[in-house]
Design a protein around this ligand. Structure first.
Ligand SMILES: [Zn+2]
Length: 136
């Protein structure tokens, strides 16, 4: 379920900052976005491009994180949570199943950071108690 090549790519992008901004699209910013959130949006967009997933990125401090399929696919992020971003990417790739999105995103986190146990709890679609992954 987890592509080792994708793990390597993500690890690289997470450790290299800044990088040349070579992906075609920019994130749409609503209100303000912290530097960490901007960085996460770049990483997420790079990953979406690499994985050939079509989805726009909308970011803004405090926005409710979600994936919207209509009228055009878009990922909305409101904080610099890598795990939540992975969760939304999973929805964009695999569909609306919460079980699949949570499983893929948590597994990817554990592949990226084997020393960290994923402790966040999902309330519906949103991740809570995720302190260790905010502002990575
Ligand atoms: Zn979800």
């Amino acid at each position: 379920m987890i592509d080792p090549q994708e793990v390597i790519r993500l690890k690289t992008w997470l450790t290299v900052w800044p990088w040349p901004n070579k992906h075609g699209k920019k994130a749409e910013v609503i209100g303000k976005a912290s530097r960490e959130l901007m960085r996460l949006a770049h990483i997420a967009m790079k990953f979406l491009e690499h994985a050939a997933v079509k989805a726009d990125m909308v970011i803004g401090n405090g926005l409710e994180p979600r994936f919207e399929r209509f009228p055009r696919p878009k990922i909305v992020l409101g904080s610099a949570s890598l795990l939540q971003a992975l969760h939304e990417i999973a929805h964009a790739r695999f569909g609306s199943s919460e079980a699949v999105a949570a499983a893929w995103s948590c597994k990817m986190m554990e592949e990226l950071f084997p020393e960290i146990k994923v402790k966040g709890k999902w309330f519906g679609h949103q991740l809570m108690n995720e302190d260790e992954f905010i502002a990575f």
